[in-house]
Design a protein around this ligand. Structure first.
Ligand code: NOJ
Ligand code: CA
Length: 706
């Protein structure tokens, strides 16, 4: 059901003062009345908003506005021209996702403003107030004195109500692959992390600012998470931190090529500035605020893509078992096999077939093959990267057509790989050809990569130029029935609702860091933090499932910092419609824990967070779409714990057969990570279980209806 109602202006606007510049205040509450947004113009005519939860202020009066190039700031001397309040309710279906049906229900306040003097510029503000938080955006309507806007910065303030505990990553203009930090708000120091030694690529942190989603807990125990939704033709928003006044202000990502940060033609709307509000940490994960704030599906039928588990020629390169490159030489601008092949190339036809066979045998739907195309010899550390890669020419030992044919015969999908090395012009020129080739081979998904400094020089990964590049790639790919899993991407802001072929992305410190980071890799607290920060933006291609936790055969100084049971739990805890079984296939053979990866679903009817605390632990139960089966995953940080799980989410009068994969007696992420206990029991709706999680451990349960 979908309906929209308009209330009259008179009811919603209270006249607060009768001064010349009337200070008007108008309010709106969420459908359940718990969240309230109050808007007013200050004495100076500055748009100001405040947010309350259960009648307590959580965002103190905060101002809104812009600095515009060659014009006065668009921030003061406004008057209210019109106020409209409406409400909206619908239920929409995700083609794949954490749940099938999503309720989208909010009350909306739209305020039309105009400057009282000089240019008489117009600016609208729209607030959508949900039970689980708010979203607001600026709208630049058609007007006389403003046609093109060059935004020097957006000054959206968030004045916090206290010195909250914050889970944050630095506001980097070039990379999201930092570890999360935990501190009080007044102790945030993003700059001290600026020269992080382990980043795979460029980093630039110009201010003491945080990236979003940034999550907080108030002294009263309320959870807040700040982010953005619908990032289209605009710059990524970082949040500048004022540790003295406990306030954040938007700080858009810029470019070294322009003095301004965003260029737009009027009319246009900014992305939504969002704030999730939850009394329980788990409710942040269950919230659908970010996707709800995005436009409905514009692609129509996308059934050509199917959620899948996948293996890949991938981890072996990160372990240095094999290489992406073959050993070719560039002669007169062309890659030539001059007989210097080193024999360690990973993406051979034979190896690809071995992965296809393994996937087919183990209910794994797809295989990713990296390093199949020419160009890898000049991948990292080359200034002149344009024209190095192409996305149609395989290395001499890789028969693209034959691999595609063989995969089809075995009922396995191929996931294509396009490492652009951040040379965006080369990629843009070749997209049509590359996606058309994929379509002709029946390949419906590609993993893209943007390692290195962005070309053209001067652009950052997260500026408007690249936001457009990433979004255009998704739209172009859709025309060829191709879905994209971007690495070194722009942040996830719920656009998967509008363009469902945005299937997954990296945008965090992924599993790969465990293979080579010199700081020891991702600590046990990493994923219990990711679940409440990065994951709130959308699907995460973390690439779980490493069984050979220490991989001493390949690298003595690196390891995964979890138990094997936690690696299994990640298939449920970390959501993505493509979920990798990342280890070398030989490490799976003969291991009984593989059964969980075989069984676990990748597409969900329903998701329930059973217990959670940010950065500490989280247990999630998900019901598979198109079956009656449930899967449960729990992970913990370094703290070992015991928890009671109640299975009251199961159907009444039904019996289920469950396989529990739990940490073994003396399991420990470092001392004894591969110790796992696997047992089978019967479960009903009345069942309760006490389960133990080792330090850095977890458990996974498959629950099959009898
Ligand atoms: C970085 C990606 O995150 C990783 O998964 C990939 O293997 C390399 N780039 C090569 O493209
Ligand atoms: Ca990466």
């Amino acid at each position: 059901m979908k309906y929209v109602k308009f209330y009259s202006l008179i009811l919603s606007v209270l006249l607060f003062s009768c001064s010349k510049k009337a200070t008007l205040q108008t309010k709106i509450t969420s459908p359940d009345n718990n969240v309230e947004v109050a808007f007013k113009l200050s004495e100076k005519g500055t748009p100001t908003y405040e947010v309350l939860f259960k009648n307590k202020t959580i965002i103190k009066p905060s101002t809104l506005g812009f600095e515009i190039k060659d014009q006065p700031a668009l921030a003061n001397d406004f008057e209210i021209v019109n106020v409209a309040i409406s409400n909206f309710e619908e239920t929409w279906e995700m083609p794949w996702g954490e749940q099938k049906e999503v309720e989208n229900k909010y009350n909306q306040l739209k305020i039309e403003l105009q400057e009282t003097a000089a240019l008489k510029r117009k600016l609208n503000l729209v607030f959508k107030v949900y039970n689980d938080g708010i979203g607001f955006r600026y709208e630049f309507p058609e007007q006389e004195n403003l046609s093109e806007v060059l935004i020097m910065d957006e000054n959206t303030q968030f004045n916090l109500s206290g010195n909250h505990k914050v889970w944050w990553a630095p506001g980097d203009w070039d990379i999201y692959e930092h570890l999360y930090n935990t501190s009080n708000f007044n102790e945030i120091d993003a700059l001290s992390k600026a020269n992080h030694p382990n980043l795979g690529q460029h980093t630039y942190i110009p201010e003491n600012a945080v990236n979003t989603p940034v999550t907080m807990k108030t002294a009263e125990g309320l959870y807040l998470s700040f982010h953005e939704a619908g990032l289209i033709d605009y710059s990524d928003m970082t949040l500048k931190v004022d540790t003295e006044n406990l306030a954040m202000t938007s700080n858009l990502v810029g470019s070294r090529n322009t003095v301004y940060k965003v260029k737009r033609t009027v009319p246009f709307n900014t992305p939504w500035r969002t704030m999730q509000i939850a009394e329980k940490a788990g409710d942040l994960i269950e919230s659908k605020l970010i996707v709800n704030l995005n436009e409905p599906n514009k692609l129509g039928d996308v059934s050509w893509f199917k959620p899948a588990k996948y293996t890949g020629i991938w981890w072996e390169m990160h372990l240095n078992k094999s290489t992406w490159d073959y050993g070719m030489t560039m002669v007169d601008g062309k890659w030539v096999d001059t007989g210097n092949a080193h024999g360690k190339h990973g993406a051979t036809t034979e190896n690809a077939k071995a992965y296809i066979d393994f996937s087919a045998k183990n209910n794994i739907g797809a295989v990713l093959i990296e390093g199949w195309n020419t160009g890898w010899e000049n991948w990292i550390g080359f200034d002149d990267r344009e024209g190095v890669f192409d996305f149609v020419t395989p290395y001499p030992d890789y028969d693209l057509e034959e691999v595609a044919r063989y995969a089809k015969e075995k009922g396995v999908e191929i996931i294509m790989h396009h490492e652009t090395s951040a040379a965006t012009e080369t990629y843009e020129k070749q997209q049509d050809t590359a996606y058309a080739l994929m379509q002709s081979l029946g390949i419906h998904a590609v993993k893209t990569g943007y390692v290195g400094a962005i070309l053209p020089k001067g652009e950052y990964h997260h500026g408007q130029h690249m936001v457009n590049h990433y979004n255009n790639a998704v739209m172009k790919a859709a025309k060829y029935q191709v879905a994209i899993n971007a690495h070194e991407p722009i942040k996830a802001t719920g656009l998967r609702r509008t363009y469902p072929n945005t299937i997954s992305r990296e945008g965090l410190r992924g599993q790969e860091f465990n293979a080579w980071a010199s700081d020891g890799g991702n600590p046990p607290a990493h994923l219990p933090l990711v679940a409440f920060t990065r994951m709130l933006g959308g699907p995460v291609d973390y690439t779980p499932g490493i069984f050979d936790i220490k991989f001493d055969k390949w690298k003595k100084d690196n390891q995964v910092n979890t138990t094997i049971a936690q690696q299994l739990a990640l298939y449920v805890v970390i959501y993505s419609p493509i979920q990798m079984a990342a280890d070398l296939i030989e490490n799976y053979e003969g291991n009984p824990a593989l059964q969980f990866i075989k069984d676990v679903g990748v597409d969900w009817q329903q998701t329930k967070v059973l217990n959670a605390e940010v950065g500490e632990f989280v247990t999630i139960a998900r019901k598979e779409r198109n079956s009656e089966n449930w899967f449960v995953g729990a992970i913990t940080n370094e703290e070992a714990r015991e928890m009671e799980i109640s299975f009251d989410f199961l159907d009444e009068n039904a019996t289920y057969s469950a396989i529990i994969y739990e940490d073994g007696e003396n399991a420990h992420w470092n001392e004894n990570p591969t110790s796992i206990n696997i047992r089978e029991i019967a479960l009903t709706k009345q069942s309760k279980l006490n389960l133990k999680l080792a330090s850095g451990g977890g458990f996974a349960i498959s629950i099959i209806k009898k």
